[in-house]
Design a protein around this ligand. Structure first.
Ligand code: FES
Length: 172
């Protein structure tokens, strides 16, 4: 097993910042057309000692491959303390850097994380409407939709929910 594979396995075995963030300030979702994987990232901001608005923490959920999980895990750790501008300047390779250089066939896995981050930091008005509408009416704490929630409205509307599982086209 290569050093890269070992680092990916370690990150997958002990993922950091995995899960929905109930008090997130922003949420972004990205999907890969190439493989069908999805990743959602939640971001919470804070003001640092010099008055800059920086990322306090970031969390993620994914229906994705092991590389996407590993990149999201290390990326969410890298993001803490960064301004929005600093975070937006990070490429997929930057976000995956703690794992080492990814092979060409896995670059899109890091780009999936980058896209979800960009979606959270440059959210569309529609995405933020979803975030606001997902807040419970009985408490002041907003609740960000999980990836599973994304599928719930169709199921509750009575429309059949059809999920198609495809064989992986690429080795992990
Ligand atoms: Fe699809 Fe890695 S994100 S194979």
């Amino acid at each position: 097993m290569s050093d890269l594979q070992k680092r990916i396995q370690d990150a997958v075995s002990h993922p950091k910042n995995l899960g929905e963030m109930v008090d997130a300030d922003s949420v972004g979702t990205a999907g890969s057309e190439g493989c069908g994987d999805m990743l959602r990232m939640w971001v919470k901001f804070k003001e640092d000692a010099s008055g800059r608005r920086v990322i306090d923490r970031a969390t993620f959920q994914t229906f994705g491959c092991e590389t996407a999980i590993a990149v999201a895990s290390v990326a969410t750790e890298l993001l803490s303390g960064k301004t929005v501008q600093e975070a937006l300047e990070m490429s997929g390779n930057d976000l995956a850097a703690p794992l080492g250089a990814l092979p060409p066939m896995k670059i899109h896995c890091a780009q999936l994380v980058e896209s979800a981050l960009r979606s959270a930091l440059e959210p569309s008005p529609a995405a933020q409407t979803v975030l606001a509408e997902s807040a419970p009416q009985t408490t002041s704490a907003p609740r960000s939709p999980t990836l599973r929630d994304s599928f719930t409205p169709a199921a509750e509307s009575g429309r059949p929910l059809r999920m198609v599982f495809k064989s992986p086209t690429k080795a992990e």
